[in-house]
Design a binder for this molecule. Structure first.
Ligand SMILES: [Zn+2]
Length: 247
């Protein structure tokens, strides 16, 4: 079973399908993607939409619990309210992790509230997933800094550095609590990451769902054609994605 570790319930999807995942599942089925990490989009777009979008991700997952692994988001700028909402996501709604997009959401990884949230998520054994690969707020080095400060939690580089920072992602992966999702690097970078990084902490994903375009075909073809050992490829597509939550 393939697990796509980077998909979004995009705003255009919500506006059209109103929380109904059946069209979404058709696309996943086409590529034999059995499960998908489900990140929000409205919750990354505006702070006053976050709570509602977190509820929505929980509701979509309730409809197809075997297909989705949901991640909520909050805005550290909201202070104590953000910490409260993050705990509600994990403890109340049953979301499996938190996702942050500091570049889009406009906060620094040094934000003290983000630190509080990372510590709390670590206690609840909920991994923290980051957009990465874009300066000035979303560099792999900055995620590595958080991983060093909070060794009890796991941190995911959602793009393994994207096209430009994959070498930094490789460096960050030296930390035992940093994971990386191969969603962005070019084929040669994917090959080097698979050869040099810990095989137990690599994931694969597509960023599918931000809009209506279908990047699954491209990203899956890229990964299938990369020069990667079959055993490792299967481990990345099937085993690692579920082990992320097994602290
Ligand atoms: Zn994304």
């Amino acid at each position: 079973m393939i697990v796509d570790c980077h998909t979004h319930w995009g705003m255009v999807w919500e506006d059209r399908d109103q929380g109904n995942p059946s069209e979404r599942l058709k696309v996943l089925d086409r590529y034999h993607v059995g499960k998908a990490y489900l990140l929000g989009h409205y919750n990354l777009h505006r702070c006053d939409f976050a709570r509602e979008d977190n509820d929505r991700l929980a509701d979509i997952t309730r409809q197809k619990p075997e297909r989705f692994i949901p991640f909520g988001s909050v805005w550290p700028q909201m202070g104590a309210e953000a910490v409260f909402e993050a705990r509600r996501c994990l403890d109340g709604l049953g979301l499996k992790g938190l996702k942050f997009h500091p570049w889009l959401q406009g906060f620094s990884m040094g934000d003290p509230i983000l630190g509080e949230i990372c510590a709390m998520a670590g206690e609840l054994k909920a991994p923290v997933f980051f957009h990465d690969g874009t300066p000035c707020y979303s560099l792999p080095e900055q995620v590595a800094g958080l991983a060093r400060r909070f060794p009890d939690n796991r941190f995911v580089l959602g793009h393994a550095g994207l096209l430009w920072s994959w070498r930094s992602a490789l460096e960050a992966l030296q930390l035992p609590n940093v994971w990386a999702c191969l969603c962005g690097p070019h084929m040669r970078a994917i090959e080097v990451l698979c050869r040099e990084a810990s095989p137990d902490r690599l994931l694969w994903g597509t960023d599918f769902g931000f809009g209506f375009s279908d990047p699954v075909d491209y990203r899956l073809s890229l990964f299938m054609r990369a020069n990667v050992e079959d055993d490792l490829r299967n481990q990345i597509l099937e085993e690692n994605p579920l082990r992320l939550f097994d602290f």
